[in-house]
Design a binder for this molecule. Structure first.
Ligand SMILES: Nc1ncnc2c1ncn2[C@@H]1O[C@H](COP(=O)(O)OP(=O)(O)OP(=O)(O)O)[C@@H](O)[C@H]1O
Length: 254
């Protein structure tokens, strides 16, 4: 699904951010990407989304070498990728519902079906009471959940999420990861970049750790356990609930 062969990246005359990185993410896999601030997590994801070109090396997506793609083919390929950026990129003039519905409208789905799907998803992420709200009236964490709902609503083949739980409390963060897990069970390949090692240690997936431009493959379970976390943070986690979608609001669940 995603293959990097000896991929290096530097911005302008700056230092090497990634140094001959090789990765092979199989279709249907789930990976976390972790590393210190500035380690290159966002840069790695941006290359997977074709927003950054490597300085050297080869990147293949969906089995195709991306360096040889026409602009048109690159755009078609991007349609199969759902992305959650750190800065959300919501459309200010659209409501929560319309922001999330947009990818489905573009694909030509019937509007009554779209509304049903979108309301169900927004209920899952705890935004059932904010369907008509414009982004400017939502908190950072609420905007983040709108962005996540928009990224997953069309069930992309590949989901790239950059720090998707950075603005929500641990209980909601964990719930959002269950949403990704559920999507993964239905076939979506998932890549989640995050700082939150304690959160991902509860999930049984491989970890790509970026250290000084190189990648190390680890397993989330070997990271710090939530039971090692200071009291409040550990207690914030809810009980595991993998059904999707669900009735009710995660903010009142747990
Ligand atoms: N467009 C750019 N131009 C120049 N340097 C950049 C650019 N984007 C990122 N960098 C630099 O590349 C390095 C890696 O940045 P990146 O955002 O990929 O790291 P990160 O691991 O995602 O960090 P964080 O966890 O803080 O988001 C940093 O030193 C950053 O300053």
């Amino acid at each position: 699904m995603v293959r990097f062969q000896d991929v290096s990246l530097r911005y302008g005359a700056g230092p090497e951010i990634l140094d001959r990185v090789s990765l092979d993410l199989a279709p249907g896999s789930f990976h976390f990407v972790i590393g210190a601030s500035g380690a290159g997590k966002s840069s790695l994801l941006k290359m997977m989304y074709l927003a950054n070109r490597p300085t050297s090396g080869r990147i293949s997506l969906f089995g195709r070498d991306v360096s040889s793609l026409s602009r048109h083919d690159a755009a078609l390929l991007r349609r199969r990728i759902g992305v959650v950026f750190q800065d959300f990129r919501l459309l200010d003039h659209l409501s929560t519902l319309d922001n999330v519905a947009l990818p489905l409208k573009v694909s030509g789905q019937r509007s009554d079906e779209i509304r049903k799907d979108v309301v169900e998803l927004l209920t899952w992420v705890g935004l059932a009471d904010h369907l008509d709200a414009k982004p400017a009236t939502l908190s950072g964490g609420q905007q983040q959940r709108v962005a996540i709902a928009r990224a997953v609503v069309s069930r992309p083949s590949l989901l790239l999420a950059d720090e998707p739980t950075g603005n929500v409390d641990n209980r909601i963060a964990e719930r959002l990861l269950y949403l990704f897990e559920e999507l993964n069970k239905r076939g979506t390949t998932i890549v989640v970049a995050t700082h939150n090692e304690a959160l991902i240690s509860r999930f049984n997936y491989p970890v790509i750790r970026l250290v000084r431009g190189e990648v190390r493959l680890e397993h989330a379970e070997t990271l710090i356990r939530t039971s090692d976390m200071p009291g409040r943070a550990a207690a914030d986690y809810g009980t595991r609930d993998t059904s999707l979608p669900v009735e009710g609001n995660p903010e009142s669940a747990g």
